[in-house]
Design a protein around this ligand. Sequence first.
Ligand code: PEP
Length: 249
Amino acid sequence: MRSKIVAGNWKMNKNLEETEALLAELSAKLPDTNAEVMVAPTYVNLNNAVRHLESSKIEVIAQNMHFAESGAYTGEISADMLLNIGIDTVIIGHSERRAYFGETDEILAKKVSAALKKGMRVMFCFGEELEDRKSGNHFKVVESQLKNALFSLEASEWSKIILAYEPVWAIGTGETASPEQAQEMHAFIRKTIMEAYDTSVATNISILYGGSVKPGNAEEIFSKPDVDGGLIGGASLIADDFIAIIKAI
Ligand code: PEP
């Protein structure tokens, strides 16, 4: 049985005081829900966020990690460092990491494998650019992103994977994929996984949608059968909006 998940990616936003204030408001307003609720603050505030949420149902996750165990990688963070402060889920492959930091499918495959080797859960992000959709190549692009980074995993390793389909043209643009477009792609992703693995892997994987999800469109997107929740950027920085999105699931 796959989990429902709502995760907030705070990106490079919120200083320490703002992080604590938002976490306090989210904890106080968190509705009773069966969904997993996660937030990904910036690195310097992760340790503090974990302590702050010790008795909360909200899980703190990381926005990124390096594939090496340790060593001369200035500015980077390892899986062990995250585990050491109580974080065992990491976002890998966000389109901003791919676009601005040169993260290729090959690098992402190494990161996924390094995280899984340490027993971490991976929220793997992928999705097509606007030109891919316009030229009708979106299914092909998504399939190749999945294949290149994930399809050498063992079937058993998929229990540690969460997928986040995020069409790049819908991230931070206010443009959302329609609920039908999201469902169509999520069903395609599940079918692709079923063909590469089996029905059990495909049925049990949580596939989140990300891209301008807001309180006003969350319920309709989440109502689609293959959409298991959302990865939320901008709206996760405003407590009432994020809470409304959690309520929508
Ligand atoms: C994201 O960056 O993962 C995202 C979905 O952002 P936004 O909700 O702001 O489009």
